[in-house]
Write a protein that binds this ligand. Structure first.
Ligand code: 5GP
Length: 181
């Protein structure tokens, strides 16, 4: 499949990085692992809005065991750099005590967002907590995290598309684009 060409989003140029079909292929593999690992455990998927909405939708289509889904939203990131602060966790209505939680994230960069989110969940004593993230930037991660289901390890460059935005734009692109050098 031929990727579309260079893109301009606001003041930045982006180049094609990963094609939609490669993403779906990898998500199918992640789904297979989760189906095996959580059979008879009724996992609760908690996708993190906004970025994870497309990944979560495609991942959940690969899940064929009984499960539940509850979206949350955190406010933490502006422009191209991480603030490292989770200002708020909005929307978790489900009781997570004793539940097998799978946090669904678009990308782990420093890991600080996930780490703070996990800290806020621990007092409610889930039975287990794992992370399914489409992307990780290993050179950027600063904290220990249960990154059990990782789609792609990528270099420390800014990407958009497939749910990931640059200042609110680019989430709708079906492929992933990387910031041009
Ligand atoms: P962390 O706290 O791990 O540094 O950052 C996590 C959040 O930062 C992600 O959920 C995502 O919203 C944002 N983020 C980190 N790296 C990127 C990137 O390369 N592109 C975009 N669009 N967002 C990113």
């Amino acid at each position: 499949m031929v990727l579309s060409r260079e893109l301009q989003v606001l003041d930045l140029k982006f180049v094609p990085f990963l094609d939609h079909s490669q993403i779906l292929e990898r998500i199918s593999e992640l789904g297979t692992s989760i189906n095996q690992d959580f059979e008879n455990k009724l996992p609760l998927f908690i996708p993190i809005l906004n970025g994870a909405f497309i990944f979560a939708a495609d991942l959940l289509k690969e899940i064929c065991i009984p499960c539940e889904v509850s979206f949350v939203k955190v406010a933490s990131y502006m422009g191209e750099s991480t603030s490292g602060q989770v200002e708020e966790v909005l929307g978790l209505k489900t009781d997570i005590r004793g539940r097998h939680i799978i946090l669904v994230e678009d990308i782990v960069d420093t890991g600080l967002t996930m780490s703070q989110l996990i800290k806020s969940f621990m007092p409610f004593q889930p039975a287990s907590l794992s992370i399914a993230t489409l992307f990780v930037k290993p050179d950027s991660v600063q904290v220990e995290l249960p990154l059990t289901y990782v789609g792609f390890e990528i270099e420390n460059k800014f990407i958009i598309g497939y749910g990931l935005d640059y200042n609110g734009q680019g989430r709708n692109f079906r492929d992933i684009y990387q910031k041009a050098d």
